[in-house]
Design a protein around this ligand. Structure first.
Ligand code: ZN
Length: 384
């Protein structure tokens, strides 16, 4: 099993949080026997020393970059089906989870232009593209349905969607048609053919936009990693993992089973269930039935997801929470059980998420009976 470590240095506008990043990453790489490091995206941090030391150890270093969020006023906002701007997710997490339109050419160019402005001088081996999606129901029902700006409406039209009828349907009181009736691989199918075509078009839109972003980074001779939602929730935000796996070097599905914040399965499921319920669609139990489980965050459902993911044409590293905080109740038993399932599956490994530089972070290291054991980092290990 391969291990990737992920390190967060702060957002575009935050002051640098950590000192001695290079030394800390070398310790973390050794503690976790990691092959690759994902780091970003604060532009005021110097990455040269860390990259040089990690290259000496023959490790790949990917720059972590958001794509359709975090760019503030520079981005063109997404609009819901009433023409209103998308609302922000209500969360205790410190990222910005307001999403820009994923089809607007201005937004598609933002990640590469930030890369050129702030990061091109460094010898990164690749980019790890985060937030390649529509808003989820975490941003509210209307935002969770997708973007309805002029460009997106034109795209749906070109896919044969009658957007006028679609809007009328979405305004109707009962919306039971939003509950899928079939699971095909990792894609849901809907009995209502207009809704089914709409969800297909949304996924195609995200894939095409991500492809354009990837082309820009391939031209800069960078490898590509992609951050996507866990399979039960990815299609809802327009992420078709099968299609994305054909254009990336690796994919990290955020199968965060204990995170109560955006992208965390408990958070996304709770918000989806609540938002759909108050808007006329009772989805309680529907996804569980389709995934053949009574709990989407269970070990059994995790194994079902791994069985689908191991068939993907690129390497898959499951995201695994190692940071304990008020929004993430991880512990050694959860980490060890998750690692055990990953080792028994055909996927490449895991990404220790989401910040190995932070305190209260579990690290891997010892192997007992074929299972990696994790241990709590001592506070002193962070102080150097
Ligand atoms: Zn749009």
């Amino acid at each position: 099993m391969e291990t990737i470590i992920q390190a967060f240095t702060g957002g575009f506008d935050s002051a640098p949080v950590y000192s001695d990043i290079a030394e800390k990453l070398v310790v973390s790489v050794n503690n976790n026997n990691a092959q690759t490091v994902i780091i970003g995206w604060n532009p005021d941090v110097s990455y040269a020393d860390a990259i040089s030391k990690l290259h000496d150890l023959k490790k790949d270093v990917y720059l972590w970059l958001p794509v359709f969020s975090e760019y503030g006023k520079e981005a063109v906002t997404a609009l819901d089906f009433s023409g209103e701007k998308h609302t922000q997710a209500i969360t205790a997490a410190d990222d910005d989870f307001t999403f820009a339109c994923p089809h607007n050419p201005v937004n598609i160019k933002l990640a590469a232009s930030y890369y050129d402005k702030h990061f091109r001088g460094y010898r990164f081996d690749g980019v790890f593209l985060d937030k390649i999606r529509f808003s989820s129901f975490g941003n509210g029902f209307r935002s969770g349905i997708g973007c309805f700006c002029r460009e997106c409406l034109e795209f749906y039209d070109s896919e044969g969607i009658d957007t006028g009828t679609l809007k009328e349907l979405l305004e109707s009181k009962s919306k039971e048609f939003l509950a899928p009736n079939t699971l095909r691989g990792m894609r849901y199918a809907f009995e209502n053919s207009l809704i089914d075509s709409f969800f297909k078009a949304r996924a195609k839109l995200i894939t095409e936009s991500v492809k354009k972003v990837i082309v820009m980074f391939r031209e800069r001779e960078l490898k590509i990693g992609l951050d996507v939602f866990a399979p039960p929730f990815s299609y809802w935000v327009g992420q078709d993992i099968d299609a994305l796996a054909c254009i990336a070097d690796f994919i990290k599905p955020m199968i965060y089973r204990v995170t109560d914040a955006p992208a965390g399965m408990p958070f996304e499921q709770k918000r989806m269930t609540e938002e759909l319920a108050i808007n006329g669609c009772n989805i309680g139990g529907v996804l569980e039935t389709l995934w053949d489980t009574d709990d989407l965050t269970s070990g059994g459902c995790f194994e079902n997801q791994l069985r689908l993911l191991e068939k993907m044409p690129c390497r898959i590293y499951s995201g695994l929470e190692v940071n304990k905080s008020e929004i993430c109740n991880t512990d050694a038993a959860y980490v060890e059980n998750t690692i055990k399932a990953i080792k028994e599956s055909g996927i490449a490994g895991c990404v220790l998420s989401w910040n190995v530089l932070a305190e209260n972070c579990l690290s891997l290291g010892n192997c007992s009976g074929g299972v990696l054991q994790c241990s709590q980092w001592l506070q002193t290990a962070h102080k150097f």
